[in-house]
Design a protein around this ligand. Structure first.
Ligand code: GLA
Length: 749
């Protein structure tokens, strides 16, 4: 039997390993050498990254050659696999789109059930096309860019036995070192097929010792960073809640064990999707590491009738040779410029006051106006009226009623919404001629059984036959997959936004899905939701939209396509927020984070953190604000707010557009620190924190990163130091007590 000829195989492999593949010929080239293809090999090149694969002439399979630092000239060929034992060659090589049932025993990227019941596929290369720019994805959010920004390679595969076609679409953003992949599966046969599993990205890295970094949490405890060794076998995470969820985020990083924030190789993978998802990492018997990101197979079962196509969400992959920080900055830049469509992506985020923690749902025209007056006096520019303003037959006095009835409550607002908004927008923020803007909270995908909507349309709520419709926060989820539900949401939100001068909408979403009519409802819901988001955000481009899902339950790139900011967490404790915001920044730009100062003791943690610390943490988010009733504050806290608001406004442009450097992590030190450097490098702002008093200890030095070594910087309008000195030596901070913080401005001289 063949596996007894082990020695011969090793000898053959060593000969092959010194052979070289001829360089991928430049047969078609756009955007310099961004995509290079010769019909059998393909290379995608960014400023600091190359992604290379080729077609196996014998099998038509796509074989991965390299994803990592730039590769130039000829590339060495991978050794032929040593085939002994039960696992054949297919199971021992690095594959671009691993299918199921033909001897690759690792986890597949696609599982298609044919009408005869087979779940085998044999997808072979057929042809490819290269497109300048990047075509949109039908019905799904997607990164975008001009012909100069991005080039797309589409590889067409076909299974001659089942007549199923798969198009793998790879777009390269050379300046961001980012490769974006999505997959189309088309049924060209005569019977139905069912897609049971589909990953947007599957990548086989040739390294045996890797670690995985990901985000986990729960309500009010989002985005906690985890790092662990990739072990043999499959390990993974995901969401089956119907949404991206607090529990895990659709983001994965793979790193070498020695990689740190600022050194070493890091790969970042980010799925542009808001629904249930799955991430799997498998170290196979032969040592390679496979990673898959895509649909959650337990919530797919997608039937394709003849001629139909399923498009996967896209997955962004970035590569960094400058550590985990470099990986995050690539994702941040890409998302700021090439994902978030809003005109507010990097500008004009007014300091706001949100009524939720201050007034709860007990709001009315008079206390909201009073809140607006107090806000204006402090220098706030936007008053947001949160939950509690709607429902007449079933008034929204608490969370047991009203969702679905998007008319202003006449008892609480006897003169109507328009009058309140006019009164609020007639106020001017302190010492300015800037009129206050008005924002409103909605939760349009939901319905309370205690609502007029539910009594009129009980069938619009998601349900599975006669199974009980289980409540969560006393509410049910509308089936946004239904076109009549989409129209209802679009119409009711359009009516609301036309009824008054509303500049901001907080779009909330406060439960997961249970009792789905079918597993595929999950994705059908998402397609409906994206249609609603696309319609409303294009119809109201001047509205600043904020996403929210019980805090950060839907902090994902899918939502960011439409909403430039997301409420990061219902946990507003300044101490906890350091970790939550720094965790979120692994994948998402700080510009996208909503972060507010709330009252103490904190409603979630019962902890009292000084107002300066709360303020400094909140101004690291692109959307800074207050979440309190100023009337209930201690005098000294209230007195501190105007200066904190002014400081937040000063640092905000740097946070919105600049690069973030995580200098020290809260999970590793008592002194976390973050530096933001403006896009043009002329300004920077340093945040330094002490979490707990450390009595009689030496005071910490914070070493900066990312500065121009030769340039000089004035520190807080005083001393001038070179970038080299600030990076080699740093600045020392003397803190006393728990939760102390400093914000330091640097100006390049
Ligand atoms: C969710 C949000 C909060 C607030 C409440 C209102 O929990 O995350 O910010 O809007 O709903 O009910």
């Amino acid at each position: 039997m063949r596996w007894f000829s082990h020695r011969a195989a090793v000898a053959a492999a060593s000969v092959l390993s010194i052979a070289t593949q001829s360089q991928v010929a430049v047969a078609e080239s756009v955007n310099g050498n961004a995509v290079v293809a010769n019909g059998t090999s393909f290379a995608l090149n960014g400023d600091n990254v190359s992604y290379i694969f080729h077609i196996d002439p014998a099998t038509g399979d796509l074989i991965s050659d390299h994803f990592g630092g730039s590769v130039t000239g000829a590339i060495p060929a991978a050794a032929e696999p040593i085939v002994n034992g039960w696992v054949g060659a297919t199971g021992r090589i690095r594959r671009e789109f691993p299918d199921q049932g033909r001897g690759d025993f690792r986890i597949p990227a696609v599982r298609i059930r044919q009408s005869a019941g087979y779940t085998i596929s044999d997808l072979q290369y057929q042809s490819h096309t290269i497109v300048q720019g990047k075509p949109g994805l039908p019905g799904l959010p997607a990164t975008f860019g001009s012909e100069e920004d991005v080039t797309t390679l589409v590889v067409h595969l076909h299974d001659n036995y089942s007549s199923v076609a798969a198009d793998l679409s790879y777009s390269i953003f050379p300046k961001s070192d980012a490769i974006v992949r999505s997959v189309n599966i088309t049924n060209l046969g005569e019977g139905n097929v069912t897609i049971d599993a589909l990953s947007s990205l599957s990548v086989d890295l040739p390294y045996e010792e890797l670690e995985m970094i990901y985000l986990r949490g729960d309500w009010a405890r989002e985005a906690h960073r985890e790092r662990r060794k990739v072990e043999y076998g499959v390990q993974g995470f995901g969401s089956s809640t119907g949404f991206s969820s607090h529990l895990h985020n659709p983001f994965l990083s793979l790193v070498h064990p020695s990689t740190t924030e600022s050194q070493g190789e890091a790969w970042g993978f980010s799925l542009v999707y808001t629904g249930s998802f799955a991430v799997n990492v498998e170290k196979g018997s032969q040592g390679f590491t496979r990673a898959l990101l895509g649909f959650n197979p337990s919530q797919l079962s997608w039937t394709l009738r003849p001629g139909e196509t399923l498009t996967s969400p896209e997955c962004v992959s970035v590569y960094s040779a400058t550590g985990i920080g470099g990986m995050s900055r690539s994702l941040h830049r890409l998302y700021r410029k090439h994902l978030i469509k809003s005109k507010f992506a990097t500008s004009d985020r007014p300091a706001l006051l949100n009524s939720w923690e201050g007034l709860d749902a007990s709001i009315n025209a008079s206390n909201v106006y009073q809140l607006a007056e107090e806000s204006a006096k402090l220098g706030i520019k936007l008053l947001v009226m949160d939950d509690g303003w709607f429902g007449n037959e079933y008034p929204r006095d608490d969370d047991t009623a009203g969702l679905g009835d998007w008319q202003v409550n006449q008892a609480k607002f006897p003169d109507g919404l328009g009058t309140l908004v006019n009164n609020v927008t007639a106020l001017k923020a302190a010492n300015t001629s800037t009129p206050l803007r008005f924002g409103i909270w909605v939760e349009p995908e939901m319905v309370n059984p205690n609502s007029t909507l539910y009594h009129e349309h009980p069938d619009w709520a998601l349900h599975a036959g006669d199974y009980p419709r289980s409540l969560s926060r006393n509410q049910l989820v509308l089936n946004v997959a239904l076109s009549e539900v989409q129209e209802f949401i679009i119409d009711s939100m359009t009516r609301l936004l036309k009824s008054a001068d509303i500049s901001y909408v907080k779009w909330d979403h406060n439960r997961g899905i249970h009792e789905m009519p079918s597993p595929s409802t999950d994705h059908a819901y998402m397609l409906g939701l994206y249609h609603v988001f696309e319609t409303l955000t294009s119809r109201f481009p001047d509205v600043l939209w904020e996403g929210c899902a019980s805090g950060g339950g839907r902090f994902d790139p899918g939502v960011l396509q439409y909403f430039p900011q997301i409420w990061t967490s219902d946990d507003t404790d300044g101490g906890e927020r350091v970790a939550i915001q720094m965790g979120t920044s692994l994948a998402y730009p700080p510009s996208a984070m909503g972060a507010h100062i709330s009252a103490v003791p904190n409603q979630q943690s019962s902890r009292s953190v000084p107002v300066e610390f709360r303020g400094h943490v909140a101004m690291m988010g692109g959307s800074f604000g207050l979440e309190l009733n100023p009337e209930e504050l201690h005098e000294d806290e209230k007195a501190a707010l105007p200066a904190l608001i002014q400081l937040a406004e000063k640092v905000n442009p740097i946070v919105l557009e600049g690069d973030m450097w995580r200098l020290a992590l809260p999970e590793e030190t008592n002194w976390p620190a973050v530096l933001f450097i403006s896009a043009d490098g002329t300004k920077a702002v340093l945040f330094a924190f002490q979490m707990r008093a450390n009595i009689d200890n030496s005071s910490p030095w914070v070493r900066l990163e990312g500065l121009d070594a030769k340039a000089e910087y004035r520190v807080d309008g005083g001393s001038v130091y070179t970038g080299q000195t600030l990076m080699s030596m740093g600045l020392q901070f003397v803190f006393e007590g728990d939760y102390q913080s400093r914000v330091v401005m640097l100006d390049r001289v």
